[in-house]
Design a protein around this ligand. Structure first.
Ligand SMILES: [Zn+2]
Length: 249
């Protein structure tokens, strides 16, 4: 059976002389490995539409082990990204983290769709010549925090992770990952072994928006570079806990 899917190509690997494996993130089917036969011989449109960091509509024939590419319609090649080695590195790093996270669990249905749309949104922003770096980071972190939530690792950010009391208004909170924010009273009595992350009230607000709203909402938020660094640190620790390895963001 032949079917089509909207996908972002995240990786490619050569097999045999002319065949190639591709890792794709599909809007409809989550993360998937597919095969294209004779792709290096044809070197034509097919190969072009399957280059990593491309958004394509891919036609696939169901196979026993891997589904096989029969056709490709290119939607976006992200040429500004591909022109810039630093941007390519950045996207590859991001794809790698997403790939690791989606090994834990595949996203399907509405979550898969929102994730896919969010990722395309991020890539389109990054593909602009003068993309606002802080906005870009906000959207990138939004994608990651949505994944953290969907995969079931969302820390508590609305009440105390220990006593479940509503959090009082304060300028700074202490986040203990992977559990979440712990209130002042509990901090006094708890013997905290794991590392505490100082979290400002503005950053906590952003984390709540990440949790409650669509990924694209992140683009409308305002952020300072200091807050962006704070979110980066939190994200690195949160992802490190999930993946059991240090990630570079
Ligand atoms: Zn408490």
């Amino acid at each position: 059976m032949i079917y089509k899917t909207h996908a972002i190509i995240i990786s490619s690997n050569e097999v045999k002389e002319y065949d190639r494996f591709y890792g794709i993130l599909s809007a409809e089917h989550g993360k998937k490995d597919i095969i294209a036969k004779g792709v290096r011989k044809i070197t034509a449109k097919l190969a072009c539409g399957l280059e990593p960091i491309t958004y394509s509509e891919i036609f696939l024939a169901e196979g026993r082990a891997y589904d096989r590419v029969t056709g490709v319609i290119i939607h976006d090649q992200f040429t500004e990204i591909k022109k810039d080695l630093e941007k390519i590195k950045e996207v590859r790093k991001f794809f790698k983290i997403i790939d690791w996270l989606l090994r834990e669990k595949s996203l399907e249905g509405e979550e898969g769709r929102e994730f896919f749309d969010g990722l395309v949104f991020y890539l389109k922003l990054f593909d602009q010549k003068d993309s606002d770096n802080l906005k870009l980071q906000l959207v990138k972190f939004a994608v990651l925090w949505k994944l953290i939530y969907w995969l079931g690792f969302q820390p508590q950010i609305f009440c105390c992770a220990n006593c479940s009391e509503k959090l009082k208004e304060q300028d700074f909170y202490q986040m203990i990952l992977p559990s979440g924010i712990v209130c002042e009273d509990c901090l006094k009595t708890l013997r905290v072994v794991s590392q505490k992350q100082r979290t400002s009230k503005d950053v906590l607000k952003i984390l709540r928006i990440y949790y409650q709203k669509n990924i694209k909402t992140a683009f409308k938020l305002k952020i300072s570079s200091q807050q962006a660094n704070e979110i980066r640190r939190l994200t690195i620790v949160a992802l490190g806990n999930i993946l059991g390895r240090r990630v570079d963001l």
